[in-house]
Design a protein around this ligand. Sequence first.
Ligand code: SAM
Length: 352
Amino acid sequence: MKLLLTTAQGIEDLAKKEVERLINAKVEEKPLGVEGRLLAEVKESFYIDEKGKRREFEIATFLNERSRLLHRVILHLASAKLSSLEEIYNFVYNLEIERYVKVSESFAVRPFRKGEHEFTSVDIAKTVGSAIYDRLSKYGAPKINLNHPSVIFRAELIDDAFFLGIDTTGDSSLHKRPWRVYDHPAHLKASIANAMIDLADIDENASVIDPMCGSGTILIELALKGHEGKIIGVEKYKKHLNGAKMNALAAGVLNKIEFIQGDATKLSQYVERVDIALSNLPYGLKIGRKSIIPKLYMKFFGELAKILEKKGVFLTTEKKAIEKAFEENGFKVKHRRLVGHGGLRVHLYVVE
Ligand SMILES: C[S@@+](CC[C@H](N)C(=O)[O-])C[C@H]1O[C@@H](n2cnc3c(N)ncnc32)[C@H](O)[C@@H]1O
């Protein structure tokens, strides 16, 4: 069995490590050269429980429940390089769809399209839907149900890479966490928050701060992983800070995080020392006042230098401003990468 797994662009390596830790699988990053995708060849579907007993389990369900870095878990039916709707129709029609679904089960096709094409994602859904319908018609009367289907097929066309699978995640992506009751306008995807946590490689008793914590995504995800050390969130605006508290309450971790309303450019007034800092910094594009960014970063990293003992992981689109602030405040960049977030390429830095 093969699973097509989706995640944010730029964190495929971390998602691969997570999947290999959770299940017995051989994982390929970026199948057909597509970023944000993994193809996992699942070897055996059992695990050994705490008592050393072998237990069978449903791998897709297990990944949907346990993964912190994935967005979707899709049973991979087939993939190929295709470009026209006609090619897509023929490719799908010739697959043994009847092996995977009962004709009596209602189905829908959910499309995803990225790249330059002369057709829309709705055309892809219609084409793939017709091919599946025509194929299944040989075995009975197929039923389409667009609102409440029993089986969701996912058809993705990214440039000329086509993937067809059965989406086990459903219509809401896994990065949309059930704890998010307060929706910050610039909130971070939980998958990327977990990638930052992985890259920080945090000791279990380390103290951790998000000095511009917004709705608390990074800290809540860290607390949910069972982090034992102190967790502190600072946010300038009361509205967001209250939202972060509501989210932490919904996640059941409010008592594990100390939330402080404050200004990150005066950080040393609230905190004497901290081991790790993690933050998705405000970017010009989202806050609409780009000109204040260089000053804000310079002052913030100046303060951070006074209290940070070990490592920091930061996310921003403002490459020039952050690199200047690092340099002038004595931070050394140990790792950097680009991550896809909300249609943007965001720079992720690990500094010491
Ligand atoms: C990109 S958002 C963080 C979003 C957060 N990661 C989440 O998932 O909700 C940046 C946050 O920094 C806050 N902020 C901006 N300037 C600040 C400052 N000087 N001190 C503290 N927080 C600040 C903004 O109010 C905003 O909530």
